[in-house]
Design a protein around this ligand. Structure first.
Ligand code: FPP
Length: 253
């Protein structure tokens, strides 16, 4: 469908969505987890290669205990509810982040699902859970140094020690909820990502809006630090001219 293969989403606005309806914040997360299921199905239908969802950041521990434990429970519920669908759709499930501090039951469920889907060749579905971009980079550098004490670190070395090295760079980052920042999410992998911010709060986000965003962003020209295709064409047409100029400069004319 498009050049966009890896989409990462900051699913923001759950708390405000609930508060606007005079409900506690956790209602927003509960409603938001139903939207997660819809968007995973859509990503699968669109044949995206990777969908990375920011479900719990390392900073989210400072939220009220009830909210933190609701988010843990929702992850567990999602894995139980969606297990068959994930398996039958050949989806490869991974969690990126420090999962050691999660409840044992949740860790076991995550590991079970990762194990069952490790050979899947469809959509890579990644939940960033207890995840922080800076700590992922520091972790990677430390792991590298431990194994290679005398080697100078390169970009590909750092890539190799990320939580999910196989997912590569993000093509498109969507943030719902009206804020315009990246909040320590995939900061290494987003170096050349297209950004899209929508005012829609996550519980109101629909597959239709998701598809429209992908369509809109697919029309953007991505240059990765290069010049535009148009300019490149112009340049290659005047290659002879440019050779002449180089010759003249070298000859001191
Ligand atoms: C930010 O909204 C959202 C989160 C911190 C968590 C996102 C979690 C879900 C969408 C549900 C979890 C689902 C699964 C399957 C794990 P916010 O609460 O900061 O919203 P606000 O900015 O309106 O306060």
């Amino acid at each position: 469908m498009s050049q966009i293969k890896h989409v990462a989403i900051i699913m923001d606005g759950n708390g405000r969505w609930a508060n606007n309806r005079f409900h506690p914040r956790i209602w927003g997360h509960v409603r938001g987890s139903a939207v997660v299921s819809d968007i995973v199905s859509t990503a699968d239908e669109l044949k995206l290669k990777t969908l990375t969802l920011y479900a719990f950041s390392t900073e989210n521990w400072s939220r009220p205990l009830e909210e933190v434990s609701t988010l843990f429970k929702l992850l567990k519920k999602f894995l139980i509810k969606e297990k068959d669908r994930i398996l039958s759709n050949n989806i490869k499930f991974r969690v990126m982040g420090d999962i050691d501090s999660l409840p044992t039951e949740t860790i076991n469920l995550i590991k079970e699902m990762e194990g069952l889907t490790s050979g899947a060749s469809g959509l890579n579905l990644i939940f960033a859970f207890n995840y922080g971009g800076r700590s992922e980079i520091i972790r990677s550098v430390n792991l590298f140094q431990k194994m290679n004490p005398n080697k100078v670190l390169t970009e590909s070395d750092l890539n190799q020690f990320l939580y999910c090295p196989e997912i590569g760079d993000v093509d498109l980052m969507i943030r719902t909820g009206g804020e315009q920042r990246i909040s320590n999410f995939l900061i290494w992998q987003m170096a050349y990502a297209e950004m899209y911010f929508t005012d829609t709060k996550w519980p109101d986000f629909t597959p239709k809006e998701f598809c429209e965003i992908i369509q809109k962003v697919s029309r953007r020209e991505r240059r990765f630090g290069n010049v535009s295709d148009q300019n490149q064409l112009g340049e290659s047409m005047s290659k002879a001219e440019s050779n002449k100029l180089t010759f003249a400069l070298e000859a001191g004319l």
